[in-house]
Every structure is written in C-alpha cells, then in structure tokens.
Design a protein around this ligand. Structure first.
Ligand SMILES: Nc1ncnc2c1ncn2[C@@H]1O[C@H](COP(=O)(O)OP(=O)(O)OP(=O)(O)O)[C@@H](O)[C@H]1O
Ligand SMILES: Nc1ccn([C@H]2C[C@H](O)[C@@H](COP(=O)(O)O)O2)c(=O)n1
Length: 223
C-alpha cells in the first residue's frame, strides 16, 4: 500500500455501472483498478465449493481469511479471478454468487478480513476503487469520491440485456426483485452500509450513456 497514491472511489448499488465506469476511467488514467465486489463474491463461491452453511458466520469468517484470491491480469483479456489457484471468473458473476456475497458482506469479521487486501491495491500512479464502502470506510481520504445511481427499473433492464448477451435465460421481473432485495440488504446492514460518503458527488445515470458518465467522472478527477 502506498498512502500517497491518489484514489478515486466509485460506490453505488448493483447495476448502477460502477464496474463499467471504473474500468474505463482506470484505463484512461492508466491507474490500477480494484473490484471489491469480486472479493466478496469470491468468498461466497469459496464457501459454496466447501459446502459451508451461509448462516454459520464462524465458518464464513475462516473461509474469508483462508481463501487466497488472485486477480490475474492478461493484456487484452478479461481479468481472471482465481480462488486458491482455481479459476472462478465466470462463477463469481452469477446472480447466485451476487446474492451470497451480499449476505456474507453483512458479517463484520468478513469485512475486517478483506480490509487490508483492499487497501493494498493503493499503489502509484493511482487507484480507481469500485464497491459499496470505498469512499466511506476503505479509502475515507480519497481525493475524489463518486456515488453512482440509476432507477431500479433501468438497472434491472441493464442487467437483463447483459445476461441475455451472455446467453443466460432470465426474467426481467425476477431481476428487478433481486436488485431491490440486494439494495435493501446492502443499505440496511449495521456495518459499512451502502450510502454515499458525505463528500461524494452523486451522479444519477438514468438515461445517461456510458461515455457521458465516464467524461463526467474524469472531469471530477481532473478538477
Ligand atoms: N450509463 C449506462 N448506460 C447504459 N448501460 C450501462 C451504463 N452503465 C453501465 N451499463 C451497463 O449495465 C450493466 C451493469 O453494469 P456494471 O456491471 O458496470 O454495474 P455494477 O454497478 O458494477 O453492478 P454490480 O455491483 O452488480 O457488479 C453492464 O452491461 C453495463 O454495460
Ligand atoms: N465494497 C463492497 C463490495 C461489495 N459488497 C457486497 C455487496 C454486494 O451486493 C456484493 C457483490 O458486489 P458487486 O460485485 O455486485 O459489486 O458484495 C460489499 O458489501 N462491499
């Protein structure tokens, strides 16, 4: 970790575009990128592989400490996620993994287990960090903080399109219900709930294209 490296945090609810916008902004600035949700998803998948009970906090905390999670960058290819050396890139992106991650993320000791791993991504020349508590808990001193939102209906439609393109059969109504349930769980937990940092700039992306959002975020960093 390099505490002098600049950080841009991008928090927000599921489907608001955090991952898409963060990756594009990081590419543009040539900064590092932290997908913190992938860490929580990886713990969820690891728990599944080990047949752990999602209602057993002790087992899940041990799993968070014991799971080695590697982000493998290969130029020109999608970032690969390895759990204890095994490729979990596709599995962590399922709605089931997202729901498991959201449940596990409510356990305070799991959050503690992942805290330093996230902070270690802070390296020169800078970091774009995407998640739920990047601006409030993990990098409270970040120079630029963004909170992305969009209506739940638009987020469900974005996810519907995304999954359809991947050939996954989905129902729009189910996706909307899952998004609302995940929003409620992420925002109501006692530790590090989903909320904008006091010094975050909130951007409602409903009806705004990806390029326009990237431009707006870049203008905040350069300001
Ligand atoms: N401003 C936008 N306009 C239209 N589509 C968008 C916009 N931003 C993102 N998308 C699309 O919405 C889908 C979800 O985006 P993304 O995965 O970046 O969201 P997210 O906030 O990271 O979600 P999660 O927290 O669940 O990982 C993607 O298919 C992406 O291309
Ligand atoms: N900083 C973070 C990142 C993620 N989570 C939890 C809550 C989400 O529902 C879940 C999956 O995240 P996603 O990949 O959809 O961004 O993980 C969190 O609590 N804190």
């Amino acid at each position: 970790m390099d505490p002098t490296a600049p950080v841009l945090t991008i928090d927000g609810p599921s489907g608001s575009g955090k991952g898409t916008i963060s990756r594009l902004v990081a590419q543009h600035l040539e900064w590092h990128y932290l997908d913190s949700g992938a860490l929580y998803r990886a713990v969820g998948v690891s728990a599944g592989w080990n047949d752990l009970d999602l209602s057993d906090p002790g087992a899940l905390v041990r799993c968070a400490f014991d799971s080695r999670i590697d982000f493998l960058e290969v130029v020109g290819q999608e970032l690969r996620i390895l759990i204890n050396g095994r490729d979990a890139t596709d599995e962590i992106r399922t709605e089931t993994a997202g729901a498991a991650a959201s449940a596990i993320a409510a356990i305070p000791e799991v959050r503690t287990a992942l805290k330093e791993r996230q902070r270690n991504f802070r390296q020169q020349p800078g970091l774009v960090a995407d998640g739920r508590d990047m601006g409030t808990v993990i990098f409270p001193d970040a120079a630029t903080k963004v909170f992305l939102t969009a209506s739940a209906e638009e987020r469900a439609e974005r996810r519907y399109k995304q999954l359809k393109e991947k050939g996954v059969s989905v129902n729009l109504g189910d996706l909307l219900r899952e998004i609302l349930a995940r929003d409620a769980r992420d925002a109501s937990r006692a530790v590090a709930p989903l909320r904008p940092a006091e010094d975050a700039v909130c951007i409602d992306t409903t009806g705004t294209g990806i390029e326009a959002v990237v431009e707006r975020v870049l203008s905040l960093v350069k300001r």
